[in-house]
Design a binder for this molecule. Structure first.
Ligand code: SAH
Ligand code: SF4
Length: 343
């Protein structure tokens, strides 16, 4: 079995090199190559040939290849379809904000959570991404587009808490010396509501922003559109969220995709406000994306406005998410399905 070299910490890499009889500075050289997006040991020309050979036998360098790049004509959004070393594909989106570039990353190939409105979940889960494959999405985009990514959101394909250990390892790699460095305060993690994972994350005491895909104010609606709710109902989810804000002091962001006639009534808004009252949180209303093969339709602009006003009147912080890159189907899962249909 070969080991993914990028998943090693710098300390572990150093021990591996010393164990093979080479001086420690070789590990720093290898680290530099990897940070610069190098994907083969042959290219590491300042290492002795014998070491390169040994590394090749013991390790792999997982990376991503750009299969497709779509650039929005409406704003500066860029969408990538990346190919992994085993041929699977994942999506990632670059978004330009006033404060810099933000990248939406995938954490799994597909997803097994089966939410009714989501394109990613339609084919189930193929496999988890490795920490290095999450990192490689950033390196590839930075290199290709000639920019520096200053914040990331784990809102691409996959459920991050269903790939907990790899995601955590990746987050730790981002705060490590050298290579891509992004501080926890510039990271958002979105989950469909895996309460066990939220609890583990809470104990890590990280300064990242937790987003919860709530999308419904009660179990009746939520269980219909999000199967995870049958395992952890709204009451349990919100209870752990309250605990999370108390333990970390961090505000939680609730995502709410507005779907016509599903979750967008006045009654839904009032019920949602009552549930969230007093919590350190804010609600992000998203006009739902319509997905080929799915029944839901986006709420009207008027309904969205009314829903927002009702929440505000109840004292809830609300924002309406800007839709970026709507001409390049920038919401995740859609491009990959399109590509597969074309094959
Ligand atoms: N699995 C995680 C993160 C990836 S999905 C999660 O579910 O939170 C990223 C976000 O996109 C989630 O809030 C998800 O609910 C939302 N989403 C999925 N399909 C959507 C659609 N058709 N319209 C709007 N939002 C959608
Ligand atoms: Fe998975 Fe998130 Fe899509 Fe649900 S919304 S199927 S959890 S990616």
């Amino acid at each position: 079995m070969t080991v993914d070299i990028k998943s090693l910490t710098r300390e572990q890499l150093k021990s591996e090199i010393i164990a093979r009889g080479y001086p420690a500075f070789r590990a720093a050289q290898i680290g530099d190559w990897l940070d610069n997006g190098c994907t083969s040991f042959e290219e590491m020309t300042n290492l002795p040939l014998s070491l390169r050979q040994q590394l090749k036998e013991a390790f792999t360098i997982p990376g991503v290849k750009i299969l497709k790049k779509l650039e929005s004509q409406l704003d500066e959004t860029v969408k990538y379809l990346f190919e992994l070393s085993d041929g699977h594909t994942v999506e990632s989106v670059l978004m330009k904000y006033k404060h810099g570039w933000s990248q939406c990353l995938s954490t799994q190939v597909g997803c097994r959570m089966g939410c009714a409105f989501c394109a990613t979940g339609m084919d189930g889960l193929a496999r988890n991404l490795l920490p290095a494959e999450m990192m490689a999405q950033i390196e590839a985009a930075q290199h290709d587009h000639g920019i520096r990514v200053s914040s990331i959101v784990l809102m691409g394909m996959g459920e991050p808490l269903d790939n907990y250990d790899n995601v955590l390892r990746f987050l730790q790699m981002l705060s490590q010396e050298g290579g891509v460095r992004i501080g926890m305060r510039h990271i958002s993690l979105s989950t469909c509501g895996m309460v066990d994972g939220i609890r583990r994350l809470m104990d890590e005491q990280l300064q990242l922003t937790l987003s919860i895909s709530l999308h419904a104010p009660n179990n009746q609606i939520r269980s219909r559109i999000m199967p995870i709710n049958r395992r952890w109902p709204v009451e349990e989810l919100l209870a752990v969220c309250r605990e999370y804000t108390q333990k970390t002091g961090r505000r939680i962001s609730f995502e709410y995709a507005m779907m016509n006639g599903v979750n967008d009534s006045d009654a839904c808004a009032l019920e949602l406000a009552a549930r969230l009252k007093g919590m350190l949180c804010h609600v992000n209303l998203i006009p739902a994306n319509e997905v080929a093969g799915k029944e839901h339709r986006r709420s009207t602009a008027q309904r969205l406005k009314q829903f927002q006003t009702l929440l505000e009147k109840q004292g809830i912080n609300v924002t309406v998410r800007r839709t970026l890159g709507s001409d390049i189907s920038a919401s995740c899962g859609q491009l990959r399905r399109q590509q597969r249909r074309e094959e």
